[in-house]
Design a protein around this ligand. Structure first.
Ligand code: BDR
Ligand code: CA
Length: 312
C-alpha cells in the first residue's frame, strides 16, 4: 500500500477527501492525519478531522494538531463557505478518539525520516503551513518526501479569495512559496480543474442513496457546501476541491495536465498568493509541478460513489 500523510483543515471537501482515502485502505497506508488552521480555526479543524475519521470507521488513524496560524500572515478563515463549525450540513457526534501528543510537524519529520527515501506521499488539503514548518526544521525532508499532491492555486480560472489567489495558497503564501521551491515532486489540483466537477443535485443524490451511514451524512455536508456558490454565483452545485488529490492517486487517468514551473507571489498586496503557472514555458524556469487542468467529471463521481459505498 502507498504510505500517505493527509494534511488537512476540514472543511466539507476535506472530509470527502479523508473519506475517499478511508474507503481505499488496500491502496493507502494512512500513516496519520495532520491538521492545520484554515477553513476554520485549529481547535475546530482538529475536532472535525476526528469526527470524520470516526464517521468513516477509521478512528485507528492517528491525528496530530499542527500550526494554528500561517507563518507570517494573520489567519483568515472561510466560515462563509463551510459554516461556523467548518462541517455544517450534518451533525456528526462529538469525537471520542484521541488527539496524539506531539506537534504535527514532529510527526511529519519523524515519520518521513524513519521510512525509506521517497516513499511517503503527502496529500495537502489546506494552507501549506505544517509542511513548510517541517521543511524549515528538517531540510533533508525535501529529498525524502516522495511527492506532495496538493489542492491549491488557480491559473486562467482566477482566484476564489481575490481575483489572483485561491484560498489555500492565499492564506499562507510564504509557506506555499517554500513548498514550491523545495524540489519535492508536486502534483497540483488548482481551481481550473476542481471547478469542472460541481456537486449537482443528481450527484449528491447518489451519495444520499447509499445504504450506509456515510452516504446520507456526506450528502448533508455537500448540500450545505454548495449553498455558497449557488447563492453567490447562481451555479448548479458547488465545487468539490480536495478529494481530487486522493482521486488522482487512485485513478490518475481521470486527469490531464502539464509539468511546468509554478512560482508563488508573496510580495504584492494585489496578487498575494497567486500561483504564477508557466503553462507555455516562457520563463525558462525548471518545471517543479504537474498541474492538472482537466478531469473526467462523471468518472470522478463514479469513483467517489463506488468507494463511498464501501464505508460504514
Ligand atoms: C480550498 O479552500 C478550502 O476552502 C477548501 O477546503 C479547499 O481546500 C479551495 O480553495
Ligand atoms: Ca481544505
Amino acid at each position: 500500500a502507498l504510505p500517505i500523510i493527509i494534511d488537512t483543515d476540514p472543511g466539507q471537501d476535506d472530509a470527502v477527501a479523508i473519506g475517499l482515502a478511508a474507503a481505499a485502505r488496500e491502496v493507502f497506508e494512512i500513516l496519520g492525519v495532520t491538521v492545520v488552521a484554515g477553513n476554520v480555526p485549529l481547535p475546530r479543524t482538529v475536532d472535525n478531522a476526528r469526527r470524520v475519521l470516526e464517521l468513516c470507521g477509521a478512528s485507528d488513524v492517528p491525528v496530530y494538531a499542527g500550526a494554528d496560524r500561517p507563518l507570517l500572515e494573520p489567519l483568515e478563515t472561510a466560515e462563509y463557505v463551510h459554516g461556523v463549525s467548518g462541517l455544517d450540513g450534518f451533525d456528526l457526534p462529538e469525537p471520542t478518539m484521541p488527539v496524539q501528543p506531539g506537534h504535527a510537524t514532529d510527526f511529519i519529520i519523524e515519520t518521513v525520516m524513519a521510512r525509506p527515501a521517497k516513499t511517503v506521499t503527502i496529500c495537502a488539503l489546506g494552507p501549506l503551513t505544517n509542511i513548510a514548518i517541517a521543511l524549515a526544521r528538517e531540510p533533508r525532508l525535501a529529498e525524502r518526501i516522495g511527492q506532495i499532491v496538493l489542492m491549491g492555486g488557480a491559473m486562467s480560472e482566477g482566484g476564489n479569495v481575490t481575483p489572483a489567489a485561491e484560498f489555500n495558497i492565499y492564506v499562507d503564501p510564504q509557506a506555499a512559496a517554500l513548498v514550491f521551491r523545495s524540489g519535492i515532486p508536486l502534483v497540483v489540483l488548482p481551481l481550473d480543474v476542481t471547478h469542472k466537477a460541481p456537486t449537482t443535485p443528481a450527484r449528491i443524490a447518489r451519495f444520499r442513496a447509499l445504504p450506509n451511514r456515510c452516504g446520507p451524512a456526506y450528502a448533508g455536508l455537500l448540500d450545505f457546501a454548495k449553498r455558497f456558490d449557488e447563492e453567490k454565483y447562481g451555479s448548479v452545485g458547488g465545487p468539490l476541491h480536495d478529494p481530487m488529490t486522493v482521486a488522482w492517486l487512485l485513478q490518475p487517468e481521470l486527469f490531464s495536465g502539464r509539468t511546468v514551473n509554478v512560482a508563488i507571489e508573496t510580495a504584492s498586496p494585489l496578487t498575494r498568493g497567486m500561483t504564477v503557472i508557466d503553462w507555455w514555458s516562457v520563463t525558462g524556469r525548471p518545471a517543479n509541478a504537474l498541474v492538472l487542468r482537466d478531469v473526467d467529471d462523471d468518472g470522478f463521481y463514479d469513483l467517489l460513489v463506488e468507494r463511498f459505498a464501501r464505508l460504514p
